[in-house]
Design a binder for this molecule. Structure first.
Ligand SMILES: [Fe+2]
Length: 384
């Protein structure tokens, strides 16, 4: 019997090389007026914004450029973005970037239409009104934020991350154009890709997984298994960039319906205390968390093993263990550091971090219950 499940309606998705050129037309069709183009510093200089801004020009859509999206956006940065939106009389948001630019736009959009302060909306289904007309355009193949209902914000005073989770945050349209990935530096390509792979595998393992979401996530695992190494070597190559871009979006569309697992529970405290790239940290943790979940995931991981045969791991039809070893091999080969110690993590905060990880909402959807002792054991194994 299939357990009852629901799938939330996500954004319309427009996928393909060169599709970013149509964002201006799409913005006009959505009724945007002087949309705020929310992006990361540096994307403009790298030439990544060019197809988007040229498309605005062709469609005769004037826009206001906001290039101050922060990595791991803080609550204060969201207030600054909202002030910019209002000062420029914007109506509509186009977020071009990694998860940070897209999460900034989502959280800002909540403030624009609902008022109040960002902490009013932490948790599930708090905003009453939808964000303004909204297009998301990922420039890293990782977070899947272009199709998810979540925005993760850092509370600077408390040194914690909090999420806003609501259908009100869904974009109207996600434009996924793998040509925008062409200049991704190797380190970020590798980290983002491990984030997408973690989303797919944690979604498959989630207690809320369904055949619907598993179909998306397994396809994401297959794309990543086949194309990851080539993509990291040359993200400008469409033969690998297209499937990797597709994988990240599929994994996002899957996990926004299922929730994640304890890789994400363990990653957030590492960032809080030691910084580092979200996806890279996931990449260090993923194989060990799979080993922790193995008792209930054996059959599913065994089905994954052949999909990961090209990663440089053991290959073959395989078993659950070979799937885990393939992921270890992939992480190593694309340059993910071997330990959390390599990110600067020390024993000093271990107990506190394990307690915080055990409080994460993602513990509830992880296939095996994990308490603070379990979290500490996983951290300790990966310390050096
Ligand atoms: Fe993630």
């Amino acid at each position: 019997m299939i357990q009852p499940f629901q799938i939330a309606p996500g954004p319309r998705v427009r996928f393909g090389r060169g599709e970013a050129a149509f964002i201006g037309e799409e913005a006009r069709a959505l009724g945007m007026e002087r949309p705020m183009l929310v992006t990361d510093p540096g994307l403009s200089a790298a030439g990544v914004l060019a197809p988007v801004t040229e498309g605005f020009g062709k469609a005769g859509v004037e826009f206001a450029l906001f290039e101050q999206a922060e990595p791991n956006p803080s609550d204060a940065s969201i207030s600054r973005a909202k002030e910019f939106y209002e000062a420029n009389n914007c109506r509509g948001m186009v977020a071009v970037g990694g998860g940070s630019a897209i999460d900034t736009a989502k959280a800002m959009g909540v403030l624009v239409t609902n008022g109040g302060k960002i902490s009013d909306y932490y948790g599930a289904d708090k905003p009453a009104k939808r964000v303004p007309p909204f297009i998301t355009v990922p420039t890293t193949a990782g977070t899947g934020s272009e199709v998810t209902r979540a925005s993760i914000i850092t509370n600077v005073e408390q040194n914690t991350k909090a999420g806003i989770h609501a259908d009100a945050l869904y974009a109207d349209l996600a434009v996924v154009d793998s040509a925008l990935l062409a200049t991704l530096p190797r380190y970020f390509a590798a980290g983002a890709l491990m984030d997408a792979l973690t989303h797919a595998i944690e979604s498959i393992g989630s207690k809320q997984s369904s055949p619907w979401t598993e179909a998306m996530s397994m396809r994401a695992v297959a794309f990543i298994g086949k194309h990851a190494r080539r993509f990291v070597d040359d993200p400008a190559d469409p033969e690998s960039a297209d499937p990797i871009a597709m994988a990240a979006t599929l994994a996002g569309a899957s996990f926004t319906n299922t929730g994640l697992g304890i890789v994400h529970a363990l990653t957030h405290p590492v960032y809080s205390y030691f910084g580092g790239h979200h996806g890279t940290t996931n990449g260090i943790l993923l194989a060990d968390v799979m080993a922790f979940n193995l008792p209930v995931m054996r059959e599913t991981y065994a089905r994954m093993a052949p999909l990961l045969a090209d990663t440089g791991g053991p290959g073959g039809p395989g078993t659950a263990e070979t799937a885990i070893e393939s992921i270890r091999a992939l992480a190593r080969d694309i340059g993910i550091p071997p330990s959390l110690g390599a990110l600067g993590m020390t024993e000093e905060y271990l107990d506190r971090m394990a307690e915080e990880a055990a409080q994460s909402a993602t513990v509830k959807t992880n296939p095996v219950h994990a308490d603070a002792q379990d979290m500490k054991a996983i951290y300790s194994t990966l310390l050096n």
